[in-house]
Ligand binder design. Structure first.
Ligand code: URA
Length: 266
């Protein structure tokens, strides 16, 4: 059961107007609770159990939190505001205050980014103790080899106090020669040799994937996050598209890190 909230806050959160506008509606007798006209903005209501009407129309309770999955394109920053660059918030189809990106993808990184106003969930997902797995598809310079896979598994030195936690690397293919346009990024050319890999990490340090690949002598040429915890980037979500999470996705996210399988490196 949702907790009781002030009537003016309930109406404002549901998009019926600003807090001062809805106060006026209430004081003028334009709001009813269960058919009874009320005139006190501070009156408490139970969003689950009571019917609120404004000008005779039922006002539904706004969801407590919003959750969006964005396919971040390159060229925008993972911030709510920026003086210079476009931010990821420009792609979000909601103007609700308090929405923010959960973690950061670099300006040139693409892929899955969760946007929400659920601070507690974001905190859980970003907590270094939770080891939430994130998988990246990357194109890296040079020829990736079994030695690199082993190094990622052991942990590499990226200039922090400790080695990185074990990471899973899969080599998808290597391109030995030639120069071709990057199908992921029109106008950008990739010169062989280069390799395509998947890397799953359970940490979220600044530029982590780029620094891990650098530790084995490779430069990241292209980077895209394809999953975070139970969320995967759908093939149907184009770059720049953003959609609300489904109920199942929200539930799966909320239980992330709560089962032993979710904590591979504990
Ligand atoms: N690792 C990086 O190097 N960059 C990102 O954007 C995400 C992970």
């Amino acid at each position: 059961m949702a907790k009781a909230v002030r009537l003016d806050k309930f109406l404002a959160d549901a998009g019926a107007g600003t807090r001062s506008e809805v106060k006026k509606f209430i004081q003028k007798g334009q709001v009813q609770i269960n058919g009874e006209t009320v005139r006190r903005p501070e009156q408490k209501i139970e969003p689950d159990g009571e019917t609120v009407t404004l000008f005779g129309e039922v006002i539904g309770a706004a969801a407590e939190f919003e959750y969006f999955l964005l396919h971040k394109p390159a060229g925008c920053v993972s911030a709510t505001e920026d003086a210079r660059d476009k931010t990821v918030m420009e792609y979000v189809p909601s103007k609700r205050k308090g929405l923010f990106p959960v973690g950061r993808l670099d300006k040139d990184t693409e892929g899955l980014l969760l946007i929400t106003d659920d601070g507690a969930l974001a905190h859980e997902l970003l907590s270094p103790k939770k080891h939430v797995a994130k998988t990246y598809f990357a194109k890296v310079s040079g020829i990736a080899a079994e030695d690199d896979v082993k190094a990622m598994e052991r942990g590499v030195d990226i200039g922090e106090e400790k080695l990185t936690l074990p990471a899973r690397m899969e080599i998808l293919r290597t391109v030995q020669d030639g120069c071709a346009e990057n199908p992921e990024n029109a106008g950008e050319f990739l010169t062989a040799p280069y390799s395509e890999i998947l890397l799953t990490i359970c940490e979220g340090k600044f530029h982590q994937v780029k620094r891990m690949m650098e530790a084995v002598g490779k430069k990241v040429l292209y980077l895209k996050r394809i999953s975070m915890g139970p969320l995967t980037l759908p093939d149907t979500l184009e770059k720049g598209q953003c959609r609300p999470l489904t109920e199942d996705e929200i539930m799966a996210l909320k239980s992330t890190g709560k089962t032993p399988e979710d904590k591979p490196y504990r």
